[in-house]
Design a protein. Structure first.
Lengths: 118, 146
């Protein structure tokens, strides 16, 4: 038997929704219930999610790694970034993110060589 | 005080939330998802649910923006209750939403900060939130026992 979905009212009170009792709720609640059931246990990975990973990689992870070792070799930096990625990222997206890291690393190297960054 | 919200449903793992936006465009199922990124950081995603997919770029114009944002804020409370110690990463999808999020944080920071630690992401990494600054993204962490 599936675990119930929790329905929360604006006043904070809660009800349990199940396949058995959902027909007693209004159409809007039935629609949201079925939407959640349709995605149960699945991570929804949108383009925006990958964009957010790129933002974190560029402005947080790579900054940390470059501060730790400004001239970190590219293969080491790529390995350190890739190992932090969520395990559920599909292969094609790992490739895309790796290319992104390499591109950002190359920009950083140019900036470092001309003295724009340490 | 969050203000007027929609009722919402929460998946049993606490990662996904759905609610119905009701307005001139009819009933639109809105979906809020918290997706793991790294360590204890989760990405907040949001969009319209259609045919089993979430469209996070759509603008539905159902004339209930404030109520929708309040409902998303309610899911943030529910999520951080379900996952104590988690941090939520919020990145606007475009310039318009960036302006909206900055406006919300600026206007409501006095209500938010007693409950959440707020940080902003800059080109130089994470900084403590300051209303006068622009950020690439925001991070919220629920304060202990709040």
């Amino acid at each position: 038997m599936k675990k119930p979905i929790i329905h929360q009212y604006p006043d904070g009170s809660k009800a349990e929704l199940t396949d058995e009792n959902i027909v007693a709720f209004d159409a809007a609640t039935q629609a949201t219930y079925h939407a959640l059931r349709a995605t149960e246990g699945k991570a929804i990975l949108t383009n925006k999610y990958y964009q957010s990973l790129k933002t974190i990689i560029k402005h947080d992870w790579m900054k940390e790694l470059q501060a730790e070792q400004p001239a970190m070799p590219m293969n080491i930096l790529v390995a350190k970034v890739v190992e932090r990625l969520p395990h559920f990222i599909p292969g094609d997206k790992i490739v895309e993110l790796t290319k992104f890291v390499v591109g950002e690393w190359e920009k950083h190297e140019v900036e470092r060589e001309v003295g724009l960054v340490k | 005080m969050i203000g007027e919200t929609y009722q919402f449903d929460k998946s049993n793992d606490g990662m996904q939330y759905a609610f119905a936006s009701i307005g001139p465009q009819g009933v639109i199922v809105k979906f809020v998802m918290y997706t793991w990124m790294y360590d204890n950081v989760y990405n907040l995603g949001f969009g319209d649910f259609e045919q089993g997919q979430v469209d996070d770029a759509v603008v539905s114009n159902n004339e209930d923006l404030v109520k929708i944002m309040n409902t998303i804020a309610s899911t943030l409370y529910a999520f951080t209750e379900h996952y104590p110690g988690s941090k939520v990463f919020i990145e606007p999808v475009d310039r318009k939403r960036s302006n909206l999020y900055h406006h919300i944080f600026r206007r409501r920071i006095e209500e938010i900060q007693p409950l959440f630690i707020v940080k902003g992401l800059t080109a130089d990494g994470w900084k403590d939130y300051l209303p006068s600054n622009r950020y690439l993204a925001f991070e919220l962490e629920r304060r202990n026992n709040k």
